[in-house]
Ligand binder design. Structure first.
Ligand code: UDP
Length: 321
């Protein structure tokens, strides 16, 4: 049995990972400050004998002295644009940077392998398409997305410095847009917004003209590759892109959701937030080659599963501004 620490464990991806790791027989320590995570996401495992939840902010030192940690997934960070562009902006940079330092120090102490969940956002407004890992990106360092983009870029540099100078075993993945059960209905991301709007008969809000593209990966595919990466050969540090290379315009996504959910919602157009990337699609050749992985669940099927999940959350929807 491995002892695995997951930061951000009550969030969307973190909770899905904790559930899978518990089901596979591991000891799981879940750490979260619950700023954007939700305890309801872990209610199915919270009483499991191998599961421990610690309410803690990784910007502060975390000491674990009574057991040896084998692996750390560092997933804590506000991840939806409305969260990190709003009241959590400075906290986002602190979580990326101070949180990474604290977790890397913990990994060093425990001789644990540590995986950083980086992001496609490190490519900014990409001038290379699809995005390959060797592309260095095009980020506005002073824009409203910079707290997240630059925070995650700084975390990557910390990971590689701890690897080079402190001998820490690291893994870095760059996650592209992901969706599925345990997303917060109110966190403002496009998939959750569109589905919740359609289910509750509100207008579907497309920002800009809807021609911007994203590639959407279903959460189960993403969790599978996270675990493969963590357990890959020691010399393979990444960074490696993980996501679904199927590329859709936001308008196409709106049409798919409306046709699946039905109802009376109409599409309305709102201003595009600044620095919103025009296009995004991962080149996943490296993940295919090194991790023998590619996503299996198409958007059509994943949306059905996600709509079914949001139907169980309907009492929690708020109106999207
Ligand atoms: N978006 C939209 N309507 C919404 C929410 C988002 O049109 O209600 C757009 C957003 O401007 C962006 C894309 O959908 O172009 C994906 O947004 P999301 O916040 O999900 O993630 P991002 O890829 O921007 O981090």
């Amino acid at each position: 049995m491995k002892t695995i620490l997951v930061t951000g464990g009550t969030g969307f991806l973190g909770s899905n990972l904790c559930i899978r790791l518990i089901n596979e027989g591991n000891r799981v320590i879940c750490v979260d400050n619950n700023y954007t995570g939700r305890l309801s996401n872990i209610e199915s495992i919270v009483n499991h004998p191998n599961f421990l939840f610690i309410e803690h902010d990784i910007c502060d030192l975390l000491e674990i002295n009574d057991e040896k940690i084998d692996q750390i997934y560092n997933m804590a960070c506000p991840a939806s644009p409305p969260a990190y562009q709003g009241s959590y902006s400075i906290k986002t940079t602190k979580t990326c940077v101070l949180g990474a330092i604290n977790m890397l120090d913990l990994a060093k102490l425990h001789h644990a392998t540590i995986l950083q969940t980086s992001t496609s956002e490190i490519y900014g407004e990409p001038l290379v398409h699809p995005q390959v890992e060797s592309y260095r990106g095009n980020v506005n360092p002073i824009g409203i997305r910079a707290c997240y983009d630059e925070g995650k870029r700084c975390a990557e540099s910390l990971f590689f410095d701890y690897h080079r100078h402190e001998g820490v075993d690291i893994k870095v993945v760059r996650i592209f847009n992901t969706y599925g059960p345990n997303m917060d209905p109110n966190d403002g991301r496009v998939v959750s917004n569109f589905i919740c709007q359609a289910l509750s008969g509100q207008d579907i809000t497309i920002y800009g003209d809807g021609h911007q593209t994203r590639s959407f990966c279903y959460v189960d595919d993403l969790i599978e590759v996270l675990i493969r990466m963590m357990n890959s050969e020691k010399a393979f540090t990444g960074p490696v892109n993980i996501g679904n290379p199927g590329e859709f315009t936001i308008k196409e996504l709106a049409e798919m959701v409306v046709s699946k959910v039905g109802g009376s919602s109409k599409v309305v157009y709102k201003d595009l937030p600044s620095d919103d990337p025009t296009q995004r699609r991962p080149d996943i050749t490296l993940a295919k080659t090194k991790l023998d992985w590619e996503p299996k669940i198409k958007l059509d099927e994943g949306l059905d599963k996600t709509i079914a999940y949001f139907k169980t959350q309907i009492d929690q929807f708020k109106k999207v501004a």
